[in-house]
Design a protein around this ligand. Structure first.
Ligand SMILES: [Zn+2]
Length: 298
């Protein structure tokens, strides 16, 4: 295997020049959120500010000017960002990128944080079992496609369902899951959840009124007890649903584009065929919430 410390996180090519390090979470944001010295949970505890990945200086500054600066601007007004993402929720894009919608910018940014965290851990962890897990994520087909998509100018992303929630609890939180691949980033009152590379399968089930019901439930739990991690309730519900969807994301690579095949089907009765088992989802919900150490009030 190549020495990953000399391979660019963005373009997967060797770095021959003097390498630069890309902050996975921008320093200016860490400062603003006062989370600079906090640790993230997981096998390996790290300070947010230390999490950096190798990159060409050109790739690094390109990502900064194309996406990160825009994200930082969007994060200046969390209420406006919440409304902007919500307003882009209806409909599912059949073709994606190169786009500059708020959802696409945020999706690209969250994907970069997600893969960046695993890339960093793969380079730096001493725990063999955890290294294998990180290697599984970084050497997977999806990450290859994410990089190809970025190279094609379609954002550092594959089609992924993005969700936004609002709470009065303003703690910061960051959660990543390997299976199903997901990231939650809570910045103040705003919670962003991205179903990494799910091909919009989750969004195909959870949208419109169903999504409003989930938002209402999260809001109620948040109001009942502001210390309750209601944002994790949202994540648990989304992950439970996703793990029960009887379909897997599928992408194919054509000339200059990755095409999302996840939502196409050959079966005659898709509604019946892809129906989700209610008992299965309820079992999955219980299991996931137990993993998050969450107990629901009666
Ligand atoms: Zn590069």
């Amino acid at each position: 295997m190549n020495d990953l410390r000399r391979v660019c996180f963005f373009c997967n090519k060797e770095i021959e020049e003097k390498k630069t390090l890309e902050h996975i979470i921008p320093n200016s944001l860490l400062g603003r959120l006062r989370i600079k010295e906090e640790t993230i949970t997981g096998r390996k505890e790290s300070q947010y500010s230390r999490i950096k990945v190798p990159a060409h200086s050109s790739c690094n500054s390109e990502f900064g000017s194309e996406y990160e600066n825009k994200v930082l601007e969007l994060l200046d007004d969390l209420d406006a960002l919440y409304e902007a993402i919500k307003s882009e929720e209806p409909g599912i894009l059949m073709m994606y990128g190169p786009g500059q919608s708020v959802s696409e910018i945020i999706t690209t940014w969250l994907s970069k944080i997600y893969y960046g965290l695993f890339y960093y851990d793969l380079i730096s962890t001493q725990d063999e079992e955890w290294r294998d897990i990180c290697s599984f994520v970084v050497s997977g087909k999806n990450f290859e496609y994410v990089r190809t998509s970025y190279k094609n100018g379609h954002g550092f992303q594959l089609p992924s369902s993005l969700y936004v929630f609002k709470t009065s609890n303003t703690n910061t939180d960051l959660v990543t899951l390997v299976d199903p691949s997901s990231i939650l980033l809570k910045i103040g009152s705003l919670t962003l959840i991205l179903c990494i590379c799910d091909g919009y399968l989750t969004k195909n089930y959870l949208n419109g009124e169903t999504l409003e019901r989930l938002r209402k439930w999260v809001r109620q739990e948040d109001e009942r007890d502001t210390r309750f991690p209601s944002h994790k309730l949202a994540l648990g519900e989304i992950v439970a649903l996703r793990s029960c969807i009887p379909k897997t994301p599928k992408f194919i690579s054509s000339e200059n584009q990755i095409i999302n095949m996840s939502l196409s089907t050959m079966v005659a009765n898709p509604d019946e065929y892809y129906r989700i088992d209610e008992q299965a989802i309820s079992d999955a919900r219980v299991e996931i919430l137990r993993e998050f150490n969450i107990e629901l009030g009666s």
